[in-house]
Design a protein around this ligand. Structure first.
Ligand code: TXA
Ligand code: MG
Length: 323
């Protein structure tokens, strides 16, 4: 495995060629780092599952460089989905849509729908464009962490998560720290009305303002759609340290809260974000710091309110879930 710290045009060319050959390339997106493979090569996708230790059947998001390529992967695209794509792509939003024949069972977990996203990170977009210029159609990329662990928001975090599992020809592209810090908003677009399956930086309010309708959060209607979302498992996004969302820390326990909240006596401050956006950006790194320091318990005061606070609270409650 090599870490490419200088993502020049020629480095991007090499990485795109590696994808075409069936190797894995971890790359930065604005949300978290993804572990990428050519979404049409079954063996390469099988390696993603192996490297992540992810159980079979969890679907993968296909990354493309622009809305213009969406109909290669998705069919029967509702008008509201096009509106959302126009408003928020490139950006931290994944649309779940009915699949075309290109989206095989090994991508969709044998479901009839496929998740697609256009990321906005310049390195991700450059890689996708180069890959497409070589004839590539889409890059499947889950977050570049071991299954159930914390998503990486830096190339170093990818290395810590996956170095032991990647092969010699695989690459990690270093594009700096991720600006959003939590995974994309996932929107179910397979029904007459959209619903949010995983909250993210494209918030409920932003979607409602764009479409001028009210929408539901986590509206998993098992009658009308069978969607498996690994991020909906109750325990996920978890560091080794145990996360507490209530109670007070004892001497030596970790502590994460907005900067305006004072550190309880004896606790070890892991992060002091000034805004909810910064909270999302630094949360996973704070979890990693807790593990690096070998802490057993971390007390977190969750942010309140709407917007990105909803996504942060979603991840916090999953990371605090008893395994
Ligand atoms: O921000 C993100 O979305 C990052 C970056 C790398 O793009 N990717 C990411 O992928 O978070 P992953 O695999 O770690 O989480 C994607 C979630 C999973 O819970 C998966 O089950 C769900 O999306 N998903 C993917 N395709 C789906 C589909 N067709 N139907 C329902 N859920 C789907
Ligand atoms: Mg993930």
């Amino acid at each position: 495995m090599s870490i490419i710290s200088n993502c020049t045009a020629s480095a991007i060319k090499d990485a795109a060629a590696a994808l075409v050959k069936g190797d894995l390339v971890a790359f930065p997106t604005e949300t978290v780092y993804g572990l990428g493979a050519d979404a049409t090569i079954e063996d390469a996708i099988a390696r993603i599952y192996k490297v992540k230790g992810r159980p079979k059947g969890h679907p993968l998001i296909v990354h493309i460089s622009s809305l213009g390529n969406l109909d290669k992967w998705a069919s029967n695209i509702p008008e509201y989905a096009v509106k959302l794509a126009r408003a928020f792509w490139p950006g931290p939003m994944t649309l779940i849509l009915p699949r075309t024949d290109l989206a095989k069972d090994f991508i969709t977990g044998s479901q009839d729908n496929v998740g697609v996203r256009v990321p906005s990170h310049t390195v991700a977009l450059a890689l996708l464009k180069e890959f497409e210029s070589l004839g590539g159609l889409g890059v499947a990329a889950p977050s570049a962490n071991r299954f159930g662990a914390v998503s990486p928001t830096s190339a170093t975090a990818v290395e810590i998560e996956l170095a032991d599992y990647l092969s010699q020809n695989d690459q990690i592209l270093d594009g700096g720290p991720c600006l959003v810090g939590v995974e994309s908003t996932i929107i179910n677009c397979t029904q007459s009305k959209p619903s949010i399956l995983r909250p993210g930086a494209v918030t409920k309010e932003m979607i409602e303002d764009t479409l001028r309708i009210s929408i539901d959060l986590n509206n998993l209607d098992s009658e009308s759609i069978q969607i498996k979302v690994a991020g909906l498992l109750e325990s996920h996004y978890a560091p080794n340290a145990k996360i507490f969302l209530t109670g007070s820390p004892s001497l030596g326990d970790g502590f994460i809260a907005l900067d305006s909240i004072a550190t309880p006596t004896g606790a070890l401050r892991l992060s002091s974000p000034k805004t909810n956006e910064e909270y999302a950006r630094v949360l996973y790194e704070a979890f990693r710091l807790a593990d690096f320091k070998g802490l057993r318990r971390v007390f977190v005061i969750p942010p309140t309110g709407e917007g990105i606070a909803v996504a942060i609270n979603d991840r916090l409650s999953k990371s605090a879930f008893e395994k």
